[in-house]
Design a protein around this ligand. Structure first.
Ligand code: G4P
Length: 196
């Protein structure tokens, strides 16, 4: 197990409905030493790419993306979720549907902060169905910029998102891939581990 899998196995809580709670260290209370290590690991995995910007989506991606951006010495930009409809013009806009929350959001990034010269690393905390990532990819494409790769802290390997993004041909690096979780026993099986 890597450092993150060990932490998930120790402090992650499996909830019914295939939900993994990691709010004691990742997306509510944040263990900054751990997030810093996550930042270093993404830097190691994408160090050969000419990254000029790190892009994420509010809210939980922001803290993680900050540490990644610091490693690369580049700005971090986060897409904002917006309910307003009349924002085209100065903004790149994508529609993101949440299967978990059963709602749709427009996500927006100002045209001031992404342009055709940018080489973008997309970062997020969870990958489930991949809608958030597809929205971010479409924003980068609208800017004429290049998606150099995508970094995810926890991928739920039994949901479709990872497959969809990899099939599009992108370098997708997930620090932990959860292939199965049992709410009865609390057992979490990571990819590459045989289930016990
Ligand atoms: P998708 O973006 O991959 O399509 O995911 P989906 O719509 O299924 O997920 C919606 C939200 O739920 C996302 O956060 C995602 O990070 C989060 N999520 C999905 N599965 C889990 C899980 O097992 N555990 C936890 N803790 N979160 C999960 P969001 O609401 O868009 O953003 P945020 O404001 O919380 O960052």
């Amino acid at each position: 197990m890597n450092f993150l899998e060990e932490r998930i196995a120790r402090d992650g809580i499996v909830k019914p409905g295939n939900v993994l709670k990691v709010d004691s260290f990742l997306n509510h209370q944040m263990d900054i030493a751990l997030i810093e290590e996550i930042g270093r690991e993404f830097h190691r995995r994408f160090v050969d790419k000419p990254i000029t910007k790190v892009l994420t989506i509010e809210a939980s991606g922001i803290g993680i993306a900050c540490f990644v951006a610091k490693e690369f010495g580049v700005p971090m930009v986060f897409a904002k979720k917006s309910k307003s409809v009349n924002i085209e013009g100065e903004m790149f806009v994508a529609e993101v549907e949440s299967f978990t929350h059963k709602n749709k959001n427009q996500v927006i990034v100002s045209k001031k902060f992404l342009n055709a010269e940018d080489h973008v690393l997309i970062i997020d905390d969870f990958l489930a169905n991949g809608c958030a990532l597809q929205g971010l990819i479409s924003i980068v494409e609208s800017a004429g910029a290049t998606v150099e790769g995508l970094g995810i802290v926890i991928e739920k390997g039994f949901q479709i998102g990872g497959k969809v993004i990899r099939n599009l041909g992108y370098q997708l690096e997930s620090l932990a891939i959860v292939d199965a979780m049992d709410p009865e026993t609390g057992k979490i099986t990571f990819r590459g581990q045989s289930p016990k």
